[in-house]
Each structure stands twice: as structure tokens, then as C-alpha cells.
Design a protein around this ligand. Structure first.
Ligand SMILES: [Zn+2]
Length: 251
């Protein structure tokens, strides 16, 4: 199994490839959707409760499926987790990933979880953040940090415990709350702790959409085929031009 240092280093290497430094929060969905050097399609889909996501890689074509019933923070973590499988492992067929984190997982799953954590929140970033606040890790501090780095509550606690910032008792007591409510009382929005809205429960983005548009613009597929393929990717919003209805503003 790879060490934490190796996984942190891989995470930093990945960030460098995106021109991202090792300290700032990243918009991982925005980055991966626009990452043209890799053919990655992201599919948000309501999977079973015990699954966080899955991925497949056929030649250079990668599909990452994210459980849209999990919180936005967890979806960000899952995307980072799946990236580990597709970028740094030789996967065969499909990889299906369990929502649970912790010791009773395979080495591959543990590595992917740690990589995800370091990608969203590199080791030095957390270390500096902790040094700057220089206080006990209270629940309030934990929520501040997860809001700053946009990482789910469970992933944040798992990370703080595994890097020795909090002990097991603290981890348990910080778990046992309704985090969106506590965050709201601290003045934050609840989005990080909520699942995709209903009109985004089924939703494909990234390479799949780009490829359809490319084929269509070169007249390699008919308009009907284009619409059919877009609908297969749950993108009725593109086919039926719903942007105005959905309240698009260019401001
Ligand atoms: Zn996995």
C-alpha cells in the first residue's frame, strides 16, 4: 500500500498538471469537466445508498459516475477518489466504490480515499491552516475548515483523525450532529451537505457532451442522432433549449 506521503505527492502532482497550487481550495468539477487532455465524462446518477461512485476506463475514454444522492461535499470527494482509480491504477472493467471509509476496505479503496483527501486538501494546506488558527479543533473549527476547502463533514473528520489532529472520541462526538444545521447557525449555506437538486439527479457533463457536439458540427451524425445521444446523457436541457426557463443570466 502506498504511504500517505506518496499519495499526498501524487495529489500535488495532479494539482500541478492543472496549474493549481498546493494550498488553495479547488473547483474540482469545473477542472475535470474542462480537462481536455483527458477524455473524462462525469455522470451524476442516483445510485444505491451504500455506493459513492464508480468508474470505467476503456482505452482512453473514462466515465466517472457519482452518486447524486450524496451531499455536494461528498460528490467532490468521490470525484477526487475516482480520479485516483482512473489516473493512477490499471483498472480493468468497472470499479464500484463503497461509501464507507476506514480500515475494512481494500488497499486500493484506502489509497483512493487518502488521495482524494490530499487532492482537495493537501497535507501542507491543512498543516498551515491548523497552524494559523492555532486552537483546539472544536466543531466550529472543523466546519470552518470543511467550508473553506469544500469537503464533506465525514471526509474532513476522517482526515483530521488520520493525521492525528483529533482523537477517536472527538471524531465520534463531531459526527453525531446535524451538520447542515450547525453550519447554518454559524452563518454558512447548507449546499455542501445537500444532494444534487432534482433536475440534476441525472446529468452528464464533460467529454461525452463535447464529443456529440463535435460529431454534429462535422455533420458526422444527424440532428436526430445528436438529440438521442444528448437525451441518453440526461441533457434534455440542451435538446429543448431550456436555459431561459432555467433562469440563465449572463451577468
Ligand atoms: Zn474506489
Amino acid at each position: 500500500m502506498k504511504t500517505d506521503q506518496e499519495l499526498n505527492s501524487l495529489a500535488l502532482q495532479t494539482r500541478r498538471g492543472w496549474n493549481e497550487d498546493g494550498y488553495s481550495p479547488i473547483d474540482i468539477f469545473g477542472i475535470v469537466n474542462g480537462w481536455k487532455e483527458r477524455n473524462i465524462t462525469i455522470l451524476r446518477y442516483p445510485l444505491s445508498d451504500r455506493i459513492s461512485g464508480m468508474c470505467t476506463k476503456v482505452d482512453e475514454d473514462i466515465v466517472i459516475c457519482i452518486n447524486s444522492k450524496t451531499s455536494y461535499g461528498r460528490q467532490r470527494f468521490t470525484l477526487a477518489h475516482e480520479l485516483y482509480h482512473v489516473l493512477y491504477e490499471n483498472i480493468v472493467g468497472q470499479v464500484i466504490c463503497n461509501k464507507n471509509m476506514g480500515d475494512n476496505q481494500t488497499d486500493s479503496e484506502k489509497e483512493a480515499d487518502k488521495f482524494a483527501s490530499y487532492l482537495l486538501l493537501p497535507y501542507d494546506a491543512l498543516y498551515q491552516y491548523a497552524a494559523n488558527i492555532n486552537q483546539e479543533w472544536t466543531l466550529e473549527r472543523v466546519i470552518e475548515a470543511e467550508q473553506f476547502f469544500q469537503i464533506s463533514h465525514m471526509a474532513m473528520l476522517f482526515r483530521l483523525a488520520s493525521n492525528g489532529f483529533i482523537d477517536e472520541n472527538e471524531e465520534e462526538s463531531f459526527k453525531d450532529i446535524t451538520v447542515s444545521r450547525v453550519a447554518a447557525l454559524l452563518g454558512y449555506g447548507k449546499e455542501l451537505y445537500q444532494p444534487s437538486p432534482q433536475n440534476r439527479e441525472y446529468f452528464a457533463t464533460g467529454e461525452y457532451i463535447r464529443k456529440i457536439e463535435e460529431l454534429s458540427s462535422k455533420d458526422l451524425i444527424s440532428d436526430g442522432k445528436r438529440e438521442e445521444l444528448l437525451l441518453d446523457g440526461y441533457r434534455a436541457d440542451i435538446v429543448y433549449n431550456l436555459e431561459e426557463e432555467e433562469g440563465n443570466l449572463n451577468d
